[in-house]
Design a protein around this ligand. Structure first.
Ligand SMILES: Cc1ncc(COP(=O)(O)O)c(C=O)c1O
Length: 322
């Protein structure tokens, strides 16, 4: 857990401060995710972690966020800032960095390397590789090994990052220098971002509510080497439910974004009467997200989209000369 990603694949949207020589972890889990997925907190506690909902009363950053909005749903940027402050205040603790960092992306490529071997067994090479996009390690993990192999196997292979309409950093963000945490204490990196103070509306795919896209993925997007698309959560749950019915596996709401895009690619191929080999990452199961599916089945999930003005508000400070 100490070397794990901060957010990716836990469906939990969290940041960690860890004792470097042991397994003691203090976790700041984004409040909206904690409410939706309380059993992920239980799993972490079972493994010995101390779990706080973020914004918390434990740090100055958290207390300030709660003063500004006592009902704040939190964000990964705030959770990161809290974990950094918490670790800074304790000689023994270290901040364990989240899923947008370059080395974490590389770490996750074990997924794509395995998928490459599986595709080889199937005697196929994908025409399109699809991954849900939070901070980027999940998308990079499945796509990067295929990006390398495509240079010789199939240069036409496409790579598609799927994000929520509620947090559209690639499809509607700007390519700017920005911080990875809410307080702006981390070094600024060049990335597609909605601004580190952007507060995404509550959606059930909490792991995709991060304001920025990892620098390598951002650079590839900027140079048209990868594509991006966004979906509203009702369409995402419809796809997740269709997948569950067809395959007997419930995808996590984050992963169901990739399922939605895979379905669209398949329908397009059928309409064009073309064979298309589609690979997508099923990054997590949804058994701890059944309450989210219950909301969908009861017609309670809403599609939330930030306005241009809301996005500009958090981007504006980054554009102003300092
Ligand atoms: C199930 C699942 N898939 C995908 C992601 C996105 O991962 P990343 O932040 O690495 O892009 C997350 C993030 O928490 C997740 O929980």
């Amino acid at each position: 857990m100490v070397t794990g990603t901060g957010a990716g694949q836990w469906g939990s949207a969290l940041a960690m401060a860890c004792h470097p020589y042991g397994m003691e972890c203090t976790v700041f889990m984004v409040r909206s995710s904690y409410r939706q997925k309380p059993y992920r907190g239980t799993l972490m506690r079972l493994n010995g972690a101390k779990v706080f909902t973020s914004p918390s009363e434990e740090t100055e950053v958290g207390r300030a966020a709660l003063r500004a909005d006592p009902d704040s749903p939190g964000s990964l940027g705030i959770a990161n800032a809290e974990a950094i402050e918490y670790a800074n205040d304790r000689k023994e603790a270290r901040f364990s960095i989240g899923s947008g960092e370059n080395h974490v992306l590389m770490h996750q490529t074990v997924i794509g390397e395995e998928a490459l071997l599986q595709m080889e067994l199937a005697g196929e090479f994908p025409d399109v590789v699809i991954g849900a996009m939070g901070a980027g390690s999940n998308f990079a993990g499945i796509t990067f090994p295929f990006y390398r192999a495509a240079q010789t196997e199939n240069p036409a292979t496409r790579f598609l990052a799927v994000e929520p309409d509620a947090c559209p950093k690639m499809t509607r963000g700007s390519y700017l220098m920005d911080h990875t945490d809410y307080s702006g204490v981390t070094p600024a990196v060049k990335m597609y971002t909605l601004g580190h103070t952007f507060m995404a509306y509550h959606i059930h795919a909490g792991g995709l509510r991060y304001h920025g896209a990892a620098p390598i993925v951002s650079a590839m997007y900027h140079h048209d080497l990868v594509e991006a698309i966004s979906y509203g959560q009702n369409r995402v749950f419809e796809s997740g439910a269709a997948f569950a019915k067809a395959e007997g596996l419930v995808p996590a709401p984050e992963s169901a974004h990739a399922v939605a895009a895979a379905i669209d690619e398949a329908v397009k191929a059928r309409e064009e009467r073309k064979k298309r080999v589609i690979l997508f990452g099923l990054s997590g199961h949804g058994l701890l997200d059944l309450s989210a599916y219950e909301s969908y089945l009861s017609g309670e999930t809403v599609d939330v989209v930030p306005t241009d003005e809301e996005i500009q508000k958090s981007l504006r400070p980054l554009l102003e000369p300092t």
